[in-house]
Design a protein around this ligand. Structure first.
Ligand SMILES: O=P(O)(O)OC[C@H]1O[C@H](O[C@H]2O[C@H](CO)[C@@H](O)[C@H](O)[C@H]2O)[C@H](O)[C@@H](O)[C@@H]1O
Ligand SMILES: O=c1ccn([C@@H]2O[C@H](COP(=O)(O)OP(=O)(O)O)[C@@H](O)[C@H]2O)c(=O)[nH]1
Length: 638
């Protein structure tokens, strides 16, 4: 028997449209929560939520309930006034901005406060309505999986009814720092209600940490490594980064209909690079900023105006909320201005669509675009970025997720140091040249609980890889490819490229690392007893390579530029092997253990020698270091 799961979210995966007194059509709802949960398989799931419209009459409610039942969905019917206060008001005007570090409504404090109280009442009422529907469908042994901030009281209402219900609550948005969260008048009640869950999940460790510190700081509860404890009762708090069903996208690309879309779009935009934006028209997605940045690009690069197009799919969302209405007008105004300014009789630089598009057209757009541009000011996860990558297996376009560091002289390391790049250079790889990757495909098909054994079985006797088990992950890495080795490698590259003759006497390594990567904190410390660390010479670590090139764990299997072969980098672009050969170097880099300063941020259980409490403290330390540097000049970039 499959485990029964009752999924509960404000919005059902099916949005209904009325086609007659008792006739309905159902479409997939837009938004990442629904996309993510479409990947939930191998369980007996029922989904409880709102079907996206008001249904005042009994005939309509009964017939819609029947239509939804065929899809495993159970509707909660909400009237217009309640929905307005609960969804448009409390959820989307109060909570949503707060999760994303935007301020609460300030316009008219008296009205706002009055509205706030009735909106909060409506919020609790709706949570109770969800609980009542759930009680009708609950069977002993069911797992109840509640989604998102619309339903923070639901865990409490369920546990008040039956303490034995198994309840998990997952938050799809960022959970902000307490400095922001404390602005919310009902902050304590909401925390207490959520803590009635058995387990609480967030996308990232930082969001989980913010939640725990709100509970400890505001409710005076105890934070433990597992979660939050209240009088002996533990609520587990865990980071579960959400994913999506990538096969759904890859398989769609094989459909004739999608191929037809791809061919039409390729012809339509022939000779132009396509930059794609796909967002709900939401205040957090940075859509005006994206369009203004594109305008700046056109201003600064007039040669590009007829060679590039920004294709923005702006899915209408929360259209009754004033902030969203303002955003829509603002975006239209900017798009109109830019198209008027840079358009020609035959082409405009921005194609802006205020509509959702069907799944097949979306897959085709992902597949043909040269660039996907994500500019969210803050976001819970952002599945659009995953989906773009899933559809780019052959084209290998560019996903822009953040400001890529072009103004700085620094190194980037990806995939644990397998790929390295100076900001003004090419990706290079430390990957051994003849690594056997045949096992990868078979391992991908294994059920998660068997993966570790299968991986071990496949890799038995292979000494060129390390298998590292995390709490919910199994990583197979090229032997010796670790974050610590990446640092060492980068230092070698710097010494080599700058022809340095004086030893580096100060390396500061600051970060917040998962347990399995903690080795980075002590990698260059001779006292560190890790197996994956290369053996240092007694007392100091000479990086001239003589003691590591024959080591099984050596990361330094790099080859001269002349022998460079092309590999695939994290962005999918071709990559050369590193051009520095450790064997060539003399002892120019002689880093003593005491010159390597490792520092953890926030996490007390660490191998690091030093602790800073927050990223603000990191910034202060870096500023102090910078100002103490001879020749330092302050600038706006500070
Ligand atoms: O239901 P709506 O009000 O129309 O909004 C759509 C969804 O928006 C939010 O999605 C979040 O969930 C995604 C998946 O975890 C995540 O990638 C994204 O960053 C979030 O913004 C909201 O949290 C959902 O409840 C809404 O259904
Ligand atoms: O016309 C569209 C365009 C996009 N999406 C989907 O909307 C989701 C957006 O999710 P994301 O996590 O990026 O952000 P959210 O909208 O949930 O904040 C993605 O799965 C898209 O495939 C959609 O349903 N219809």
């Amino acid at each position: 028997m499959k485990q029964r799961i009752l999924i509960v979210s404000n919005r059902l995966p099916a949005s209904a449209k009325r086609r007659g007194e008792d006739k309905w059509s159902l479409d997939i709802s837009a938004g990442g929560l629904v996309s993510a949960l479409l990947g939930v398989k191998d369980v007996d799931a029922k989904w409880i939520g709102w079907a996206g419209l008001y249904v005042p009459d009994e005939v309509g409610r009964r017939s819609l309930t029947e239509a939804l039942a065929e899809k495993g969905c159970i509707p909660v019917f909400l009237d217009e006034d309640t929905m307005n206060q609960y969804y448009n008001g409390y959820c989307n005007s109060i909570l949503w901005p707060l999760w994303h570090y935007l301020t609460l409504p300030q316009e008219d404090r008296v009205t706002t406060t009055r509205n706030y109280e009735s909106q909060f009442d409506a919020y609790k009422r709706v949570n109770q309505m969800f609980a009542d529907i759930l009680f009708q469908h609950y069977q002993e042994g069911d797992v109840i999986w509640i989604h998102d901030f619309h339903l923070m009281f639901l865990p409490k209402y369920l546990k008040d009814h039956d303490i034995n219900m198994k309840v998990g609550w997952f938050h799809h948005s960022p959970f902000p720092s307490s400095e922001i969260y404390r602005m919310l008048p009902s902050r304590l009640e909401l925390l207490r209600a959520v803590l009635c869950s058995d387990i609480v999940g967030f996308h990232t460790y930082d969001f989980a940490r913010h939640f725990v510190s709100a509970c400890t700081g505001m409710l005076g509860l105890e934070g433990t490594p597992e979660g939050v404890e209240d009088q002996g009762r533990l609520t587990r708090v865990v980071a579960f980064p959400i994913g999506m069903d990538s096969d759904r996208f890859r398989q769609a690309l094989e459909l004739p209909e999608v191929k037809r879309h791809i061919s039409e779009l390729s012809q339509r935009f022939a000779g132009r690079k396509v930059i794609l934006g796909v967002d709900r028209l939401d205040i957090i997605k940075g859509i005006p900023q994206k369009i203004l940045a594109f305008e700046k690009f056109l201003e600064e690069n007039p040669d590009w105006s007829d060679k590039v197009v920004l294709l923005q799919i702006a899915v209408p969302t929360r259209t009754a909320v004033p902030e969203y209405q303002k955003l829509t007008s603002q975006v239209h105004e900017i798009v109109g201005r830019i198209n008027g300014r840079f358009g020609t009789l035959t082409a405009v630089p921005i194609h802006h669509l205020d509509q959702s598009i069907d799944f097949h057209a979306l897959c085709a757009l992902y597949a043909v675009s040269d660039v996907a541009l994500i500019t969210s000011l803050r976001d819970g996860m952002n599945l659009v970025s995953y989906e773009y990558v899933a559809c780019q297996e052959s084209k290998k376009g560019v996903l822009i997720l953040s400001e890529n560091f072009g103004d700085f002289d620094m190194w980037l390391a990806a995939e644990h140091g397998m790929f390295l790049r100076p900001t003004h250079g090419q990706w290079m790889t430390t990957m051994p040249e003849h690594l056997n990757m045949d096992w990868v495909e078979s391992v991908k098909k294994e059920p998660p609980d068997l993966i570790l054994n299968t991986v071990k079985h496949h890799l038995h006797g292979i000494t060129t890889v390390d298998v590292v088990q995390g709490s919910r992950t199994v990583e197979v890495r090229s032997a010796g490819v670790t974050k610590g080795a990446a640092i060492e490698h980068i230092l070698g590259e710097i010494v080599h490229s700058k022809n340095m003759v004086n030893p580096i006497d100060y390396v500061l390594c600051i970060g917040h690392f998962l347990g399995k990567d903690e080795g980075i904190c002590a990698f260059l410390d001779p006292a560190y007893p890790s197996e994956s660390k290369m053996k240092p010479k007694a007392g100091s670590l000479s990086l001239d390579g003589s003691d590591r090139i024959n080591s099984r764990n050596s990361p330094s299997r790099v080859h001269k530029a002349a022998a460079a072969s092309e590999r695939s980098s994290p962005s999918g672009h071709s990559t050369t092997t590193s051009n520095y050969d450790w064997r060539e170097g003399s002892s120019v880099l002689d880093l003593k253990g005491e010159n390597y300063f490792s520092c953890t941020v926030g996490r007390k259980q660490s191998n690091a020698r030093f602790l800073l409490n927050s990223s603000n403290e990191v910034v202060s330390v870096l500023k102090e270091l910078a100002t103490a540097t001879p020749g330092y000049k302050s600038s706006a970039a500070d």
